[in-house]
Design a protein around this ligand. Structure first.
Ligand SMILES: Cc1ncc(COP(=O)(O)O)c(C=O)c1O
Length: 370
């Protein structure tokens, strides 16, 4: 057993509690607890400015946002997606009665491989749902070219991609819609929360109605909507969190830089990096433990755990191997060799702004065998 406090893969950002009290006081004073109250409106405006997007709709969580995004664009039939993600990506398809079609990932950034999308398109395909895995951008240009060619929609699961830019532009403006998660483990958290980025006011309006049961006004319901509204407490907390986001991002960058330098040239260890020109928000620090490393990924994972360091094997097992997916033709391991290998080799190391230098050094020493 380690004499140190356990270190988890992440530690949620929390501002000092007393800074949140004035926000709570305001909610108590005006008694508007949800349904698009003042903090909800302020957070939408603040996030648009911060992220460089025009239209955003806040949600209770990212999963409800994914479900609603598919409804908003009336997606049916088959959707091409990645097996290398958190289960919510594919679950959102199944919950909408859509068949996921798994396509393999790029060996470098582990995002959906555009070169393999075309051969998975059938007459039933209506959309592509890629994931900016680990907050590292997909090849959005190549994906858009295919979507344009085949008249497909693109919904990005951007749960990891808060604040990620590509060529100076928010990656959240790519595709038809992008969906964020503000879960406790994410770079920007509202305890639970999520959002959809829309390209125009009309789409935002449809999404805002869908997340409020389909209500247009007191007596008019135009769609079978759901309850996906973010509460005033979560929205107020988000506003406070935004004040610290730049420092938090810088903190993550510093941790990532140190790991990257420490592992440069280390036999058998590959840091998963964004493709050329792509940035990362360092929401995760994934390494691949290859055959040249002295022990297996699982042995390293276990050794770290013995020292109180809880890395996570994101994303193992692959979504396509879970019982509700493995019967699909596209879920066959032979169709997904790159994702299958990555799932066996990946280990996400702890990364968060408050990770102490000495703790990071211990992790580095354990990985490098120093
Ligand atoms: C890739 C991905 N998609 C969707 C989700 C679901 O988001 P939420 O937990 O906010 O529902 C998560 C994480 O939680 C995720 O990592």
């Amino acid at each position: 057993m380690s004499k140190h406090q356990p270190i988890y893969v992440t530690q949620p950002e929390l501002p000092p509690l007393d800074e949140f009290m004035p926000y709570l006081q305001q909610i108590w004073d005006n008694r508007q607890l949800t349904n698009g109250g003042p903090f909800h409106q302020q957070l939408e405006a603040a996030l648009c400015r911060h992220l460089g997007v025009e239209y955003i709709s806040l949600f209770t969580n990212g999963t409800l946002a994914l479900l609603t995004a598919l409804q908003a664009l009336r997606i049916t039939g088959e959707v091409i997606t990645t097996p290398y993600s958190f289960v919510a990506t594919s679950h959102s398809l199944l919950w909408n009665g859509i068949t996921p079609v798994f396509v393999d990932v790029d060996p470098v950034n582990l995002n959906l491989d555009p070169a393999r999308i075309e051969s998975a398109i059938t007459p039933r395909t209506t959309a592509i749902m890629p994931v900016h895995c680990y907050g590292q951008p997909c090849d959005t240009r190549a994906i858009q070219a295919i979507a344009d060619n085949y008249n497909l929609k693109v919904i990005y699961d951007a749960a990891h991609a808060f604040g990620v830019e590509q060529d100076g532009q928010s990656v959240l403006n790519c595709g038809d819609l992008s969906v964020l998660s503000f879960h406790a483990t994410k770079v920007f958290n509202t305890f639970e929360g999520g959002a959809i980025i829309s390209p125009d006011a009309r789409t935002k309006q449809r999404i805002d109605r869908l997340k409020n049961f389909g209500f247009v006004d007191e007596t008019t319901v135009v769609a079978a909507g759901i309850n996906g509204k973010m509460s005033e407490i979560n929205a107020a907390f988000g506003l406070l969190q935004l004040k610290g986001i730049d420092a938090a991002m810088e903190g993550r960058r510093a941790v990532a830089r140190r790991y990257t330098e420490a592992f440069a040239g280390l036999a058998g260890i590959t840091c998963v990096r964004p493709a050329d020109g792509g940035a990362s928000n360092h929401s995760y620090f994934p390494i691949l433990v290859g055959p040249d490393y002295p022990e297996s990924r699982d042995a390293l994972y276990a050794r770290l755990k013995e020292h109180g360091i809880a890395g996570r094997r994101y994303f193992y097992p692959l979504i396509s191997s879970f019982p509700m997916y493995r019967g699909l033709q596209s879920a066959a391991e032979g169709n997904l060799p790159v994702a299958s290998r990555a799932a066996e080799q990946v280990l996400c190391l702890p990364i968060y702004p408050a990770l102490a230098d000495s703790d990071q050094q211990r992790i580095i020493d354990l990985v490098t065998g120093a």
